[in-house]
Design a binder for this molecule. Sequence first.
Ligand SMILES: Cc1cc2nc3c(=O)[nH]c(=O)nc-3n(C[C@H](O)[C@H](O)[C@H](O)COP(=O)(O)OP(=O)(O)OC[C@H]3O[C@@H](n4cnc5c(N)ncnc54)[C@H](O)[C@@H]3O)c2cc1C
Length: 542
Amino acid sequence: MKRMETDVVVVGGGATGTGVIRDCALRGMACVMIEKNDLASGTTGRNHGLLHSGARYAVNDPESAAECISENRILKRIARHCVEDTGGLFVTLPDDDTEYHKRLVKGCRAVGIDYEEIDVSAALKIEPNLNSGVLTAMKVPDGTIDPFRLAASNVLDAKEHGAEIRTHTEMVRCIISGDRVVGVLCRDNLNGELFEIYSKIVINASGVWGRRICETAGVPLTMYPSKGSLVIIDYRVNNVVINCCRKPFDGDIIVPGDTVSLIGTTSKKIDYDRIEELDVDDDEIEVLLAGGEKLIPNVSRTRVLRAYSGVRPLVSRSGDVDGRDITRGIVLIDHEAENGVKGFITVTGGKLMTYRLMAEWAVDLACEKLRVDVPCTTHERPLPGSETPSNRPVPHYFDGISKSVLGSAHYRHGERMDHIFSKDKKSYGLVCECEMVTAGEVEYALKNLCVKDMIDLRRRTRLGMGPCQGELCSYRTAGLFNDLGAADEQTAIRMLKDFFEERWKGVKPVLWGDTLREIEFTYWIYQGLFGLGGVPDEDEPI
Ligand SMILES: Cc1cc2nc3c(=O)[nH]c(=O)nc-3n(C[C@H](O)[C@H](O)[C@H](O)COP(=O)(O)OP(=O)(O)OC[C@H]3O[C@@H](n4cnc5c(N)ncnc54)[C@H](O)[C@@H]3O)c2cc1C
């Protein structure tokens, strides 16, 4: 069996794991990150992308609120190209008690969140689609953050500082020697090969899967997985994040994101053995649309594009409580101190938004154990793409690229867009019209951002995430994979099929109206014209 050696192995390629691997690499440690699927394919790719101001937790979970506001300020600096500084509103709906507004003001003041109480008329100016009957309004420094871009940028920086990244590689179990975890047994999920990585420390950053990883090291971790579902509507109906001013409940927030808006979220406690069952139930969609409608009337009459769900990696140390009540604070476990197992650390809980701090704590602990005396710098060092401190104008490269195409590339890759366009005009060609993804961007992602297939590519570029959901861009992309030598014809066709199977999961729960018409058209093209449904799944030739 192949065997590798390193200082630190990081398990999990969500926000937390990608933050940890970047921090390890920046402190000069030899490190390898393994992710069983793709970057941000777990909970990190299945949330609202809300850059919390902390106000949502200011009343009930001040510890988490304080972490959020501090990281909010840092991420606006270091991850500029992943963040949209939209601002946010908390509004009291006509049927709600205005008492909560007062408690929220008090909570924000205690935690140090810059809030501003404003008149309803001022709120309606900021957000003209808002329910005009709201009773109170308050401005907070909420924003949005793109989790896919964030994970990819952390990994890009880690790689540039010597880290090894292995996506589609699963940790099968910890390798134990005496009272110490000395490495991990892995499987390459693309070819089935087993291999071992020996390391001085293993950091378990596998989110809600954390309990399973701990079990292979013989230590317990009690998790309270809570499923949350969201719906996406295909217009950006709000400029700023809109929150209901009351204790968090189902359908109480609308977050703008790129060209769409998201209504969130439900919270259902689920059994641990169901963490991979991510179906969105009909009743959840109804609740979310009804809740969204209270904030922005008519929202449910826009076209609903998709619905999806994720599972919160909650750890409660105070017994069995409801998902909404468990702290979103960070959980860092030194298994040597807690369970007598050396060389093993778990970091979980927290939020997308506190991923950097989670990484800092975990790597500080690893450094202490390895006697590495290098301080954390991730709070001041910009991510690749966010290097320029002020908004420089979008550069114009060569004749023949439209400003909007350049703007889209800049929006997604920040300063790294310089690496996307070459003098070869082929690189300007649009592959995905909805999201304005060019052939140059696809090539850049394939070369630099750990893309193995079309589903990975979607997470790096938004290709196929727009209103047509891949209808017009996907066959061109499969062709491009083949042109660029990233897949032979057979593999490219299978990738195309897998891409639609994956897109279909999110469309299936919302099949009515225009979404049904659009998907029917897609079906005619790919099944009727191309016969994609007849492609065999396994190794038989097509
Ligand atoms: C509905 C919902 C809405 C949310 N909204 C927000 C929000 O708006 N803002 C916010 O800040 N937070 C939000 N959160 C919380 C946030 O999404 C999570 O706290 C965060 O993404 C967790 O990141 P993570 O990296 O720890 O876990 P994950 O993203 O789940 O990453 C863990 C990774 O480990 C991998 N893995 C598992 N087992 C193995 C193995 N054996 N080998 C290798 N790899 C493995 C998985 O494939 C996965 O990619 C929300 C959560 C939910 C569910």
